[in-house]
Write a protein that binds this ligand. Structure first.
Ligand SMILES: [Cu+2]
Length: 273
């Protein structure tokens, strides 16, 4: 059960009780040993990691109710990837909440690593009418939302909702270069990721250091697409992080980055877009 909008509850299907699921961080070259313990008495579930080369029919196979399955695969491609339940109908499993982000840290890092002062994670997902296959397939999302996940001790793990990251913003200090690992888990919509009041100085599409772009205003994230984006915040204030598909922003896809002289939340009112 999670509050996806003020006073509204969604009985999400989850990995470990979160939607999106827990952030996974591994190093390029690691071998993943993944065990799925299916605690759902009613239906199979599975795991599809976009970060690996594997045999979908074997390595992403369904795990039956009350059973466990263990799978092994190498993570040899650096980047920011989606994971999701791949059990049919996949649309229902993703739309009900079985999605998340896996970061495979590049062996040689990013060329801008030394410039970065603060790092955050943001995930975009959609919510539809509860477990309504017709709405998933033919409707439009009721909400389009952001969540953040903890990269280090003290960071938060939030679910995808319309309000948490507005009421309790991300915080940075004037002059910081901020890095955000972003991922659009969909299931259906493209995201146009934009930060009001800055330019995305460095962007790595899908988080691969080889896909280095400079000076973007907006990054397009296809359904399942990710990126690492970096920008410098030069002046204090509330910066709205949005999907610049403004129907999505209107439905919830806004987070606030509060920039202060101290780098601490000063408690002042945020007034973003
Ligand atoms: Cu599932």
């Amino acid at each position: 059960m999670l509050n996806y909008s003020k006073g509204k509850i969604y009985k999400a299907w989850t990995f470990n009780g979160q939607a999106p699921g827990p952030l996974i961080v591994v190093n390029e070259g690691d071998t993943l040993h993944f065990t799925l313990k299916n605690m759902d008495p009613a239906m199979p579930h599975s795991m599809d990691f976009h970060a690996v080369h594997a045999s979908p029919s074997k390595d992403f196979a369904d795990v039956m109710p009350n059973k466990s399955g263990t799978f092994t695969y190498p993570a040899n491609n650096p980047g920011v990837f989606m994971y999701h339940c791949g059990t049919k109908p996949v649309l229902a499993h993703i739309a009900n909440g079985m999605h998340g982000m896996i970061i495979v840290k590049p062996k040689s890092g990013y060329p801008t690593d030394k410039e970065v002062d603060r790092e955050f994670v943001l995930i975009q997902n959609e919510w539809y009418k509860y477990n309504d296959m017709d709405d998933f397939q033919n409707g439009v999302p009721s909400y389009v939302v952001f969540s953040t996940k903890a990269l280090k001790a003290g960071d938060r793990n939030t679910n995808g909702d319309t309000f948490t990251l507005k009421e309790k913003p991300l915080v940075a200090k004037v002059g910081d270069k901020v890095r955000i690992y972003i991922e659009n888990v969909g299931p259906n919509e493209v995201s146009s990721f934009h930060v009001v009041g800055t330019v995305l100085d460095d962007v790595y599409i899908d988080g691969n250091p080889n896909n280095h772009l400079k000076g973007l205003q907006t990054v397009m994230l296809p359904a399942s697409g990710g990126a690492v984006v970096e920008f410098t915040v030069t002046r204090p204030g509330s910066y709205s992080i949005v999907s610049h598909q403004f129907n999505q922003a209107q439905k919830g896809a806004v987070a606030i980055l509060k920039v202060t002289e101290t780098g601490e939340d000063d408690g002042a009112e945020t007034n973003g877009h």
